[in-house]
Design a protein around this ligand. Structure first.
Ligand code: MV4
Length: 514
């Protein structure tokens, strides 16, 4: 129960989540130390931090995944805690242990809790033990093909083969009838070995047309666990979420209470600490099943923050210091509705292929009910080394209808010049009738995605395009005859932000000193 004095936190991440955590540190009165790979040296998260440590080259393997360098950076800069963010090392038990072994506080659950939830059959056993409904299936990896056949018959086709060390849909195989089982089993096992170094696979009954609903929880060292309602994450494509919202239009207050009770029991049974998420499948007839637990802060956490009025990252830091959380479960009620669009450097009109290039100009939306969480700014390079997220655009409204209208307005304001993004696709979803009705499930984008991309551009998008044209014309005028490459190098164009960089850095340091 003892409290630890945390004054300085190392952020073992980059991009928008690193900046998000730095902001939370500063609001909590803590100093933040950034780490950066060579190409990230001028990134916003580096400038926003009170100090920054170079940790290696461009590839994640040579920088953000290097445990010894991260631990050494934390010690060298006098940090007492390490925040892993999401992705990278955030769910590696090995990292949590290395941080703890170095005498530092890991902002997250114990290595043991991470490990238990990372093993999907162990997670199913432990959740079943805690009284959660799990999808009918096996709770141990399959020993051989004969057992697979026996179990699949017992469960009833169609079934899914899943990797025991997996998660997020990797190594999953659908089996519609017994004739397909053996080849699918072999394929799933070899895929699991390749992806996770562990060929263990297990069986689950296929839940048809479910929604993906997840419950946010917080747990502190004083035995308190609270549930902060659900997020609706069904609008996804190839297991990449594109749009998330809170609350879900499919969840009544009574169902919310049952999901919340299940999620807090799940967290309590593994001695969970900090922020975590329990994923569920919600079947069309209303039954729900435990799917996985994510032992990190998630990309989509802001929608929960906006409807519950809680800063989840500040609360993570507070809990890590050993103090009782400032959130009280009994009184939590969602207020209004929030939607998040992940604006990515992917071309929706070219099968969502990731694109690279320089963000030449960026005009983020603002105004009532709008939040823009970005880790890049004009002048930054988008590469294939890291994930293609440019920013999260989050809209809050007093109703779902108002949140959608705000999101449309914000997507119309947003101008990104330099490379294709998912912006236009998001705007089309915000005008799609089934989405507007809240009639979504995990198959939604497979059903409507193609038609959305073939539809002619909406008038409001043409407004954004016209704005883009005007900006490009202005950029040409201000840059005179200078070639684009020369402008970027000298920082002569006001749109590259390169010329302002050094001045801003000085200003940032001065402010933090005072
Ligand atoms: C399922 C399922 C249907 N039935 N399990 C995909 C990701 C991984 N976390 C689990 N996944 C699924 N498991 C049973 N028994 C459907 C999916 C699934 C899915 C789940 C959540 C969000 C998007 C999805 C897209 C396709 C399949």
């Amino acid at each position: 129960m003892s409290e630890v004095l945390i004054k300085r936190v190392l952020i073992a991440n980059r991009g928008e989540i690193a900046l998000r955590i730095i902001r939370a540190c500063h609001e909590e009165g803590l100093e933040a130390v950034a780490v950066y790979s060579a190409p990230d040296r001028l990134s916003p998260h580096v400038r926003a931090a009170d100090a920054a440590v170079a940790i290696g080259g461009a590839s994640a393997e040579d920088s953000y995944l290097r445990i010894p360098r991260l631990v050494a950076a934390a010690r060298a800069t006098g940090c007492q805690a390490v925040h892993p963010g999401y992705g990278f090392l955030s769910e590696r038990a090995l990292f949590a242990r290395a941080v703890a072994d170095a005498g530092l506080v890991f902002v997250g659950p114990s290595a043991e809790a991470i490990q238990a939830m990372g093993d999907k059959t162990e997670a199913r056993r432990r959740m079943q033990g805690a009284g959660l409904p799990i999808v009918p299936g096996t709770t141990q990896p399959l020993a051989d093909a004969a057992e697979a056949r026996r179990e699949a018959r017992r469960i009833g086709y169609p079934v899914l083969l899943k990797a025991a060390a997996g998660g997020g849909g990797k190594g999953m195989r659908l089996v519609r009838a017994e004739g397909e089982l053996e080849p699918a089993l072999r394929a799933a096992q070899s895929e699991a070995v390749k992806a996770f170094g562990d060929g263990g696979v297990y069986l689950e009954k296929l839940i048809e047309r479910p929604r993906h609903i997840e419950i946010q929880i917080l747990a502190d060292r004083h035995g308190r666990v609270v549930a902060l309602g659900e997020r609706e994450c069904s609008v996804q494509r190839r297991h990449q979420k594109l749009i998330e919202e809170a609350p879900s239009s499919a969840v009544s207050p009574a169902l919310r209470r049952r999901l919340g009770d299940a999620a807090t029991a799940a967290a309590a049974t593994v001695g969970y600490l900090g922020a975590g998420t329990i994923e569920f499948l919600l079947a069309p007839e209303g039954s729900f099943y435990f799917l996985e637990m994510n032992t990190r802060i998630q990309v989509e956490h802001p929608v929960t923050e906006l409807v519950y009025g809680v800063d989840l990252v500040r609360e993570q830091l507070h809990i890590a210091s050993g103090r009782p959380m400032r959130v009280h479960g009994g009184t939590l009620q969602p207020r209004g509705h929030a939607i998040e669009c992940r604006i990515t450097a992917e071309d929706p009109f070219n099968d969502f292929l990731p694109v690279t290039g320089t963000l030449r100009y960026l005009r983020p939306p603002s105004g009532p009910g709008i939040r823009w969480d970005a880790g890049v700014e004009a002048g930054n390079e988008i590469t294939l080394f890291y994930d293609p997220l440019i920013a999260k655009l989050i809209a809050w409204g007093e109703s779902r209808t108002m949140a959608i209208r705000r999101m449309r307005r914000a997507l119309e304001e947003l101008v990104i010049v330099g490379l294709p993004t998912s912006q236009a696709f998001h705007l089309r979803v915000m005008r799609e009738p089934e989405f507007e009705r809240g009639a979504i499930d995990i198959g939604y984008l497979d059903r409507v995605g193609r038609a959305l991309l073939e539809a002619p551009p909406a008038p409001e998008l043409l407004r954004a395009v016209a704005a883009t044209g005007a900006i490009l014309a202005e950029e040409r005028r201000m840059a005179g005859a200078a070639a684009p490459a020369a402008r970027a190098a000298t920082g002569a164009s006001p749109w590259t932000a390169a010329g302002r960089r050094e001045g801003l850095r000085e200003w940032t340091r001065a402010r933090r000193r005072s």
